[in-house]
Design a binder for this molecule. Structure first.
Ligand SMILES: Cc1cc2nc3c(=O)[nH]c(=O)nc-3n(C[C@H](O)[C@H](O)[C@H](O)COP(=O)(O)OP(=O)(O)OC[C@H]3O[C@@H](n4cnc5c(N)ncnc54)[C@H](O)[C@@H]3O)c2cc1C
Length: 433
């Protein structure tokens, strides 16, 4: 911001300043403005963003199709802060409310098999453009290239300093929607955590989530491009703590696809002493019992069939995968199944269902769809998203200690917390008038 006539001086503070124009910030702005207008008091609202263009994550989301929400969103779809907090927030602004809002602003959403909602245009641009148009329609001022570096409270007012150090913005309410640390090139570089910390807020350990898994194993790396249905299980201290079913994609650096992305936050967040371990079932619909029966009847029906052909034919596993897999478990794919010993059979079943995946770590923030950890929800009021430590300071979106699984859950968290924060900040402003 250039200094001079655009300065927002202390004598004339902005009603609500929202810092960060991503999904959470746009929703906060729209809901706050609508709440003020509904009471016939169009208040002054300013939405600030450090980037020259906003909504980068919306545009890149869902493979540029933007998976806006999910048919069913439950607290168990999220990790991080307490379930009762997440439940309250999701009930205050449900996926149905999300569908209604997008319909109102002209975005038709379509349900895909599996429960994900996407815009009918299959373009994330439709979502961002509609949100920006609505923000403008309800009278929110959007200023880009304004990176907030510090926020302080003086009496009842907040003083926001920008990076160029020329301007100071004064506000009666502030909502921090600065995101986390994932894909920092989109503008979310963790600055919001510093601001929250300066007000005494606790930032719980942050780490990348929904990010690919890394392997050093050349065999798996050679399978780059191969995908199959799987179920990954995460073990901590010998105990299974999470199962993530879904497609598993082999890449030149390791494992990706929904199953790997969903499990990544558990590996990334594990402590060394946890003895973290991931196992893979490459036949997620089978159990040891069902596989035993199928192998036995295959042995009787076509005893001359080669093991490798059984796995690609009867079990529909990709040929390239079968080759690497059998080599890894030390079974000869050229063996006829009639000659399979019971020990061989046991090894095959165990390895198909409980393979100890050689995942050595995660890719990191540069490829993480979301940040785990963040502002501790213990210090936030679930009914309003207002800080329990600082009156008039609100939070929404990824900055908070909540991360969802793949499927539209992270946007729903942004929409729900944003709607709640925006409405609450507006209500509090009206009450003060
Ligand atoms: C590749 C990718 C695909 C994804 N796909 C999906 C999907 O399909 N469905 C789904 O539900 N989720 C998806 N996500 C996750 C989802 O995009 C995020 O959870 C969501 O965008 C978080 O919104 P937010 O507003 O909290 O933060 P962000 O979107 O990160 O927005 C934060 C904004 O704050 C601004 N900002 C930060 N610091 C400052 C500062 N100091 N001053 C001023 N401005 C600041 C940034 O420039 C940015 O615009 C995806 C994420 C990625 C990276």
């Amino acid at each position: 911001m250039a200094s001079g006539q655009n300065d927002v001086v202390k004598e004339n503070p902005v009603g609500i300043v929202i810092v960060g124009a991503g999904a959470a910030g746009l929703m906060t702005a729209i809901q706050a403005a609508r709440a003020l207008r509904a009471r016939g008091v169009p208040g002054s609202l300013l939405l600030l963003d450090g980037r020259p263009t906003v909504g980068a994550k919306i545009l890149m989301s869902g493979g540029t199709r933007c998976n806006v929400t999910h048919r069913e969103v439950k607290p168990s779809d999220f990790e991080g802060g307490p379930r009762h907090f997440v439940k309250h927030v999701l009930e205050a602004f449900t996926p149905q409310a999300t569908l209604r809002l997008f319909e109102e602003i002209g975005v038709k959403l379509v349900l895909e098999p599996g429960g994900k909602y996407f815009p009918a245009t299959h373009s994330a641009k439709t979502v961002l453009e509609a949100l920006l148009k609505e923000t403008d329609r309800v009278g929110v001022g959007l200023k880009k290239r304004v990176r907030i570096t510090a926020v302080q409270k003086e009496g009842d007012l907040f003083c926001l300093k920008s990076s160029d150090d020329l301007d100071t913005v004064w506000a009666r309410r502030v909502v921090l929607t600065t995101g986390g640390l994932s894909y920092p090139a989109t503008g979310s570089d963790g600055a919001g955590f510093g601001i929250a910390r300066s007000f005494g807020h606790t930032i719980l350990k942050t780490f990348p989530a929904l990010t690919p898994l890394l392997t050093k194993d050349p065999g798996w790396k050679n399978l780059s491009g191969v995908s199959l249905a799987a179920r990954l299980s995460f073990f901590r201290r010998g105990k299974k703590v999470r199962e993530c079913p879904g497609p598993l994609l082999f890449t030149h650096f390791g494992f990706s696809g929904p199953a790997a992305l969903d499990i990544s936050r558990h590996l990334a967040g594990a402590a060394q002493g946890d003895g973290p371990r991931i196992t893979a079932s490459f036949l997620p619909k089978e159990s040891e019992g069902s596989l035993q029966v199928r192998l036995q009847s295959a042995q009787q029906a076509y005893s001359k069939k080669l093991v490798k052909n059984l796995l690609t034919g009867e079990f529909s596993l990709p040929a390239r995968f079968v080759e690497v897999f059998l080599e890894k478990i030390g079974l000869d794919g050229g063996l006829r199944i009639g000659n399979f010993s019971s020990e061989d059979k046991k090894r095959l079943i165990r390895s198909l269902l409980h393979y100890p995946l050689e995942a050595e770590g995660v890719f990191g923030y540069s490829k993480a769809e979301v940040t785990a950890g963040g502002v501790d929800l213990k210090e936030i009021k679930a009914a309003t998203m207002e800080s329990k430590l600082v009156n008039g300071l609100y939070f929404a979106g990824e900055i908070l200690d909540v991360d969802g699984r793949i499927g539209g859950f992270n946007f729903q968290w942004a929409w729900s917390t944003g709607a709640l924060a925006g409405r609450s900040a507006a209500r509090s402003l009206l009450q003060a008038n």
